[in-house]
Design a protein around this ligand. Structure first.
Ligand code: AMP
Length: 225
């Protein structure tokens, strides 16, 4: 069986989480979101969550050592044996290199890096209106573009919808600055490695999904040849 070891790259609000959920269902590989894992730790009140929260609320990156250990352990778990979709990791050069090392020590390599690109103004509009399910943060809505059937209530499980603390406008701006200075250079890094595929994130979620799914299906075929 060929592996699909994928990274979803792109600014906050590009739709990485939405696409990752769909691709997980299409290809049966786990969606590993560092942001979701960290928010889970915050909600549980763990020591890691307590430490991470102040960085997250400020729109800054949580220190690399914490994140790298978290991901190295996660990709070695059984459900990621045939592949994974990393969402929100790596976010800088050091994390990217640590990932290469971790994969190398498991005798694995990246299949591809899927870049979903969206201009800053669209990011701000999207994130400021984003609402997430309090029970399952991968159930995501938008007050204008993708409202739930009943205001403030998740269609999928009836739980309450909330705005993430870091989806307030000032924090969004800071997250974008961090993206441009630290994460965007990874586009060139993975392009040079011949791994990058680009997708226009301004298109509808269905269109982006159809495009990515077709690309991943081709990649999987190529992996088996
Ligand atoms: P996200 O949901 O991916 O936008 O992540 C929310 C927040 O979690 C970020 O603004 C960071 O504070 C933190 N975070 C998520 N992933 C990482 C990462 N790979 N490295 C450092 N911090 C991260």
């Amino acid at each position: 069986m060929s592996e699909l070891n994928l990274i979803l790259l792109g600014p906050p609000g590009a739709g990485k989480g939405t696409q990752a959920e769909r691709l997980r269902d299409d290809f049966g590989i786990p969606h590993i979101s560092t942001g979701d894992i960290l928010r889970g730790q915050v909600a549980e009140g763990t020591e890691l969550g307590r430490q991470a929260k102040r960085y997250m609320d400020a729109g800054e990156l949580v220190p690399d050592d914490v994140i790298i250990d978290m991901i190295t352990e996660r990709i070695a778990e059984g459900d990621a044996r045939d592949g994974f979709l990393l969402d929100g990791f790596p976010r800088n050069r050091q994390q990217a290199e640590a990932l290469n090392e971790a994969l190398g020590s498991l005798d694995r390599r990246l299949t591809s890096v899927l870049l979903i690109d969206v201009p800053d103004d669209d990011v701000v509009r999207r994130l400021a209106g984003r609402r997430v399910c309090v029970k399952n943060p991968s159930h995501i809505y938008h007050v204008d573009f993708d409202p739930p059937k009943h205001e403030g209530v998740c269609d999928q499980d009836g739980a309450r919808l909330i705005q993430r603390d870091d989806d307030k406008e000032d924090t969004i701006r800071r997250r974008l600055e961090v993206y441009h200075s630290q994460t965007e250079p990874l586009i060139g890094y993975y392009d040079d490695a011949g791994l990058l595929r680009r997708f226009d994130g301004r298109r509808s979620p269905d269109e982006v999904h159809a495009h990515i799914r077709a690309t991943v299906a081709t990649l999987r075929l190529e992996e088996t040849l």
